[in-house]
Design a protein around this ligand. Structure first.
Ligand code: FRU
Length: 940
C-alpha cells in the first residue's frame, strides 16, 4: 500500500512538473511569435510631404515595408523647413532609431545632424537630396547632374533653329537644384542654337515658379523654351506662358515624369509639357537598402537610379507600360494582402501546430509515464497480492489456532465448571455435618478449633466454586440480566447487616449512610448481590486491624451511586489500574482469592449499563463507587421482569464470603510453665489460618515469634534475633524474598537461616527465591514433617558450624560453610576479644560499640554462631591463654593473672581450677612433667 501511495505521489508530482513545462513552452512559443514583429525601427525624415512626388515616394516605401512587418517605421515631414527637419532628426536619434533615411531639405543646414547620426553609429541613407558631406552609409536616387545634362541634350537635339531658354531652378541650396543646373549648364554649351537667357528659382513649388515668372513677365516675350527642375514648376511655366502669350508655343521640359493623374506623364500626354525626365522616387530601393544594412547583408553605397526622357514619342508606350506595371502592382498588392492573410492563418496555424506538437510530446511523455507507472503498479500489485496471500494464510492459521485455543479453553472451562458443580455437593455434605459437629458440647477445645478451621475452609472452597460457576454463567454463557424494580437501599442494607455480627466481633465499624430510605432501581437481584458481597468483603478484608467501612448511597436525576469506602491498606496506582483484570491478584492480598470477584463484579455492573470506579491511596484506604442508571429504559424488553424476583438469602451468602475474612489470633498463647526451648523460630505468614496452624504445630519444639507482613517480620528479626525464620513469599509490605535479602545482608541477622514457603512452584520462582539468599525453599502445599525435617537440618548445620567456630577460631578462614558476613563478624569479634584479654575492664558494651550492634543482638549472634555466652567465651579465651603462658612462658602466676585480665590471683586460681581441675601452679607442674622430652604445646 505504501509503495502504491508513493508511486501515485511521484506520478502526480511529475504530472504537475510536466504541466508547468507545457505552459512555459506555450509562453515561449507565443513570445517568439510576438518578438518577430518589431525587430528594427527605421526613421524617415522627409523634407516635405506636400507634393505628389513625395507622396509617391512614401507610398513606394510603405509598399516595400508591407513585406517586412517586423520593421517599425517612423515618419516625419519637415514642410520645407530645414530647422524643423534638424529638430525632427534629433528627436528620432533620441528615440534610438536603428537607421535613418533622410531627404534633406537643404544640403548645408542638415549636414551637421546627419554627420552626428552617422558618427553615433546610426546608419544613414540619403535619398534624393544630399547633404554637403560624404558621411553617410548609402545614397539612393537618380544622378541629378546627368538629368541636367539629359535635359540639355534633349532640347539641343530637337532645336531646329536658334532658341532662347529660361531655366527654372529648384530650391537654392538643395542638391538636385545645384546638380541639375550644373549638368544642364555644362551640356547646353554644346548646342549653339540654344541660348540660356534667364535663370530663376521656383523652389520646387509651382506657385513660387509662377510668382517668379510673373515678376519677370516682360523678359519672357523672347523665350522659346523652358527647362524647369521639376514637372510642377514646368506646368506653372506653361500656365504663365499660355496666359501671357496664348498663341505662342513655348517648349517646356520638366523633371519627374510621375505616372498617374496629375503626374508628369499625363502632362506630357496632355501636351502641357513637351517632355519630362523620369526622376524615380527611390522609395522602394531605400527600404531594400535599409534592410540589407540592418540585417548586415552586403549593400551598395551609391544606388544611382536610371532616368529617361519622356516625350510625345514614347509617352503612350510609357503610360501603357506603367499601367501594366500598376495593374501588376495592384495584383501584387492583392497577392500581398492575400499573402498577409495567409500568413495570419499560417501564424495561427503555426501556433496551433506548436501547441499540438507540444501536446503530442507531452502526451507521449505522459503515456510513457502512465505505462511505466502501470508496470510499476502491476509489480507492486503482484507483490501485494503475494503478501496478501501470505497474510491470509497466516490469518487462517491464527484463526485455526485461536479456534483450537478457544475450544481448549472452552474444554478447560467446561471441565472447571463441571468439577465445580461436582464440588458443590460434597462441600454441602461436609458443611452440614460440620455444623452439627461444631455445636457438639462434648468436643475438646482443640477439636473445636480444628472443626472450625475445616468449616471455614470448606466455606472458602464453596465460595470459590460458586464464583467459578458465576463466572462461567456470566462471562462465557453470556447469561442475560433479569432486572426488576427494587429498593437498592434495602438491598444494600441487608447485605451490610449480614456482615454485622462478624464486624462487631472483629471491632470493625460498618456504617450505611443515605438521605433516602427508598430508592427504586432496576437490577437483577441474583447478580447485583455478588457485586456488593464482593466489594464489602474486600473492604473488610483490607482493613488494618480495627477499621471502618462506610457505605454511602446517593442519587441524582439520572443515576444512583453506591460508595464502599474502607480505611484499609489501599493500593498503588498500578494495582488500582489492574484491579478489574480477570484473575488479577494484588501481590500482597492478605487472604487468598481467585482473582475472579472484581472482574465478575465489573461485568455484572456493565450488564446493568452502570459503572464501577475505584479510588485508592496506598496505606490510606480504598473507595469503590458503583453507578447505576435510574429507570428501566436502558434495558431491552427481554431483560425486564415485571414480577419481583425473590431476594437471595443474604446471611447464607455472607457466611461463604466471611470464610475469607476470619482472622485468628496470630500468636499462640504461651504456656508460662512450658520448658524453655533451645531454638526460636519467627513465622511470617499473611494467611492467618496457616500462621496459627504453623505456630501451633511448631510451638511444641521451638519458641515461636509471628508476623503477618514483611515489615513486621524485619522488625521482629532485629528485636528477637530468632534462630530461624520461616516466611511466606507473597506478603503485604516487603515480600518474603525482600525480607530474606535485607536480613541476610545485615550483620545483625545474617546468620539466621531462612526458609521460604510459597505457592509459587515453577523453577524460575524457586531460583529467584534461592537467589534472595534463602537457605531453603518449600512449595505449598507442603508436608509438615518435611518442613520440620528441613528446619531441623538447618538448625543442626548451624550447630555444627557453631562447634567449628568454637573449636578452631583461628582456622575459620578454611571453612566453606560460614557465610562471608558471619565470617567477618567472628573475625571482628574474636580479634577484638584477643586484643583485650589483658584488659580487666573490658566488657560487652565495648564490643557492641566496636561492632555496632545492640547487646541483645550481640548476645544472640554470639550464641548462635559460637554456642556460648559472650562472658563465657571471653573467660574461656583468658583461661586458654593463661594455660598457654603457664606452659610456654616463664611468667609468675601473678604476672599471668594480670596478663589475662584478672585483678586478683586468688580469684584467677579459683576460676582456672574450675575449668582445668587444678590450680595454675599444679597445671604448670603437671605439664612440665608430662612435657619432658615432648613438645610442650597447647592449642590456643
Ligand atoms: C519634389 C521635388 C521633385 C524634384 C525633387 C528634387 O519635392 O521638387 O519635383 O524632382 O523634389 O528634390
Amino acid at each position: 500500500m505504501q509503495t502504491k501511495g508513493h508511486q501515485l505521489c511521484c506520478g502526480l508530482d511529475l504530472f504537475r512538473k510536466l504541466t508547468f513545462l507545457f505552459f512555459i513552452a506555450l509562453i515561449c512559443v507565443s513570445c517568439n511569435h510576438a518578438k518577430r514583429k518589431t525587430t528594427f525601427t527605421v526613421g524617415f525624415s522627409q523634407c516635405t510631404g506636400a507634393d505628389l512626388w513625395r507622396k509617391t515616394m512614401l507610398e513606394d516605401m510603405k509598399t516595400e515595408l508591407s513585406l517586412h512587418p517586423d520593421v517599425n517605421f517612423v515618419y516625419t515631414d519637415a514642410h520645407d523647413n530645414s530647422q524643423l527637419q534638424v529638430q525632427q532628426v534629433r528627436k528620432m536619434l533620441d528615440d534610438k532609431i536603428d537607421l535613418l533615411i533622410i531627404s534633406p531639405n537643404e544640403a548645408q543646414p542638415l549636414t551637421a545632424i546627419v554627420e552626428e547620426a552617422y558618427n553615433s553609429g546610426v546608419p544613414v541613407i540619403i535619398i534624393d537630396r544630399k547633404t554637403a558631406s560624404s558621411l553617410y552609409t548609402a545614397y539612393v536616387g537618380a544622378d541629378n547632374y546627368q538629368i541636367g545634362k539629359m535635359a540639355a541634350q534633349y532640347l539641343g537635339t530637337n532645336a531646329k533653329k536658334s532658341l532662347n531658354l529660361l531655366e527654372i531652378m529648384g530650391l537654392p541650396g538643395s542638391s538636385p537644384a545645384i546638380e541639375r543646373d550644373r549638368g544642364f549648364s555644362e551640356e547646353i554649351r554644346n548646342y549653339p542654337l540654344i541660348h540660356v537667357k534667364a535663370k530663376i528659382y521656383g523652389d520646387w513649388v509651382k506657385s513660387n515658379a509662377e510668382k517668379q515668372l510673373m515678376k519677370t513677365s516682360a523678359s519672357l516675350r523672347d523665350i522659346d523654351a523652358v527647362f524647369a527642375h521639376n514637372d510642377v514648376m514646368a506646368s506653372g511655366a506653361r500656365t504663365v506662358f499660355n496666359k501671357l502669350y496664348p498663341g505662342k508655343h513655348v517648349e517646356v521640359v520638366g523633371v519627374d515624369a510621375l505616372p498617374g493623374s496629375g503626374g508628369g506623364l499625363q502632362m506630357v500626354d496632355d501636351k502641357i509639357l513637351d517632355a519630362s525626365l523620369v526622376y524615380p522616387t527611390g522609395g522602394k530601393e531605400a527600404i531594400v537598402t535599409a534592410l540589407k544594412i540592418l540585417n548586415r547583408e552586403p549593400f551598395s553605397r551609391e544606388n544611382i537610379l536610371q532616368s529617361l526622357v519622356i516625350d510625345s514619342g514614347n509617352v503612350r508606350l510609357m503610360k501603357m507600360q506603367l499601367n501594366k506595371i500598376n495593374s501588376q502592382q495592384s495584383d501584387i498588392l492583392r497577392q500581398e494582402n492575400l499573402l498577409a492573410e495567409q500568413q495570419l492563418v499560417y501564424k495561427s496555424q503555426q501556433s496551433v501546430l506548436d501547441i499540438i506538437v507540444i501536446s503530442l510530446a507531452l502526451a507521449i511523455i505522459f503515456g510513457g509515464l502512465a505505462f511505466y507507472s502501470l508496470m510499476e503498479n502491476r509489480k507492486a500489485n503482484k507483490a501485494l497480492e503475494a503478501k496478501n496471500v501470505e497474510i491470509v494464510s497466516q490469518r487462517n492459521q491464527l484463526i485455526e489456532m485461536s479456534a483450537r485455543t478457544a475450544s481448549a479453553t472452552e474444554a478447560r472451562l467446561n471441565f472447571f465448571t463441571n468439577v465445580s458443580h461436582e464440588f458443590r455437593t460434597p462441600l454441602t455434605l461436609m458443611l452440614a455435618p460440620l455444623q452439627d459437629l461444631s455445636q457438639n458440647e462434648r468436643l475438646t477445645a482443640v477439636a473445636g478449633k480444628r472443626i472450625e478451621l475445616i468449616q471455614q475452609n470448606a466455606f472458602r472452597l464453596l465460595k470459590l466454586v460458586n464464583q467459578l460457576i458465576d463466572y462461567r454463567k456470566i462471562e462465557v454463557d453470556k447469561q442475560g440480566v433479569s432486572a426488576s424494580e427494587n429498593n437498592i437501599v434495602e438491598f444494600v442494607r441487608d447485605i451490610i447487616e449480614s456482615f454485622r455480627l462478624y464486624a462487631q466481633k472483629h471491632h470493625i465499624q460498618l456504617h450505611l449512610s443515605t438521605m433516602e430510605k427508598n430508592i427504586k432501581v432496576w437490577f437483577d437481584v441474583n447478580m447485583l448481590d455478588k457485586v456488593f458481597f464482593n466489594l464489602l468483603s474486600n473492604a473488610i478484608k483490607f482493613i488494618n486491624g480495627d477499621g471502618k467501612v462506610n457505605v454511602r448511597i446517593r442519587h441524582d436525576e439520572l443515576h444512583v451511586y453506591i460508595d464502599i469506602e474502607d480505611n484499609g491498606i489501599g493500593m498503588t496506582t498500578d494495582e488500582t489500574s489492574r484491579i478489574f483484570d480477570q484473575f488479577y491478584q494484588a501481590d500482597h492480598a492478605p487472604v487468598m482469592g481467585s482473582g475472579i470477584g472484581l472482574s465478575l463484579s465489573k461485568e455484572i455492573i456493565d450488564r446493568h449499563h452502570g459503572n464501577v470506579n475505584v479510588v485508592s491511596k496506598k496505606w490510606s484506604g480504598t473507595t469503590f463507587t458503583v453507578t447505576l442508571p435510574l429507570g428501566n429504559s436502558h434495558f431491552g424488553p427481554e431483560e425486564k421482569m415485571y414480577e419481583q424476583n425473590a431476594w437471595p438469602d443474604m446471611f447464607e451468602q455472607s457466611r461463604i464470603y466471611q470464610a475469607d475474612l476470619i482472622r485468628r489470633p496470630a500468636a499462640i498463647e504461651k504456656d508460662a510453665f512450658q520448658e524453655p526451648r533451645e531454638f526460636s523460630i519467627l513465622i511470617v505468614e499473611d494467611n492467618l489460618d496457616l500462621l496459627a496452624y504453623l505456630s501451633e504445630k511448631l510451638s511444641s519444639c521451638f519458641e515461636i515469634f509471628t508476623a503477618d507482613n514483611g515489615n513486621d517480620a524485619i522488625t521482629q528479626a532485629y528485636e528477637n534475633v530468632p534462630d530461624l525464620i520461616l516466611s511466606d513469599v507473597v506478603l503485604p509490605g516487603f515480600s518474603g524474598k525482600q525480607v530474606a535479602q535485607k536480613l541476610k545482608t545485615d550483620i545483625r541477622t545474617s546468620h539466621i537461616p531462612i526458609v521460604l514457603l510459597t505457592a509459587q512452584t515453577n523453577i524460575e520462582q524457586k531460583i529467584s527465591g534461592m537467589e534472595s539468599m534463602a537457605d531453603l525453599y518449600v512449595s505449598k502445599p507442603f508436608n509438615f514433617d518435611f518442613l520440620l525435617a528441613g528446619i531441623n537440618s538447618l538448625l543442626k548445620n548451624r550447630k555444627i558450624l557453631k562447634e567449628h567456630f568454637i573449636s578452631d577460631i583461628t582456622g575459620l578462614e578454611k571453612t566453606t560453610v560460614a557465610k562471608s558476613l558471619d565470617k567477618k563478624f567472628i573475625n571482628d569479634f574474636t580479634g577484638f576479644v584477643e586484643q583485650n584479654l589483658s584488659n580487666e575492664k573490658f566488657n560487652v558494651d565495648d564490643i557492641c560499640k566496636v561492632i555496632g550492634i545492640s547487646r541483645i543482638q550481640l548476645y544472640r549472634k554470639v550464641k548462635a554462631l559460637l554456642g556460648c555466652s559472650i562472658t563465657d567465651y571471653i573467660l574461656n579465651r583468658r583461661l586458654k591463654k593463661a594455660a598457654y603462658l603457664l606452659i610456654n612462658e616463664n611468667y609468675t602466676i601473678a604476672e599471668i593473672t594480670y596478663e589475662v585480665g584478672f585483678s586478683n590471683p586468688n580469684y584467677f586460681s579459683t576460676v582456672f581450677k574450675g575449668k582445668y581441675g587444678m590450680t595454675p601452679t599444679e597445671f604448670k607442674k603437671s605439664n612440665e612433667k608430662k612435657g619432658e622430652g615432648q613438645d610442650r604445646s597447647i592449642t590456643f
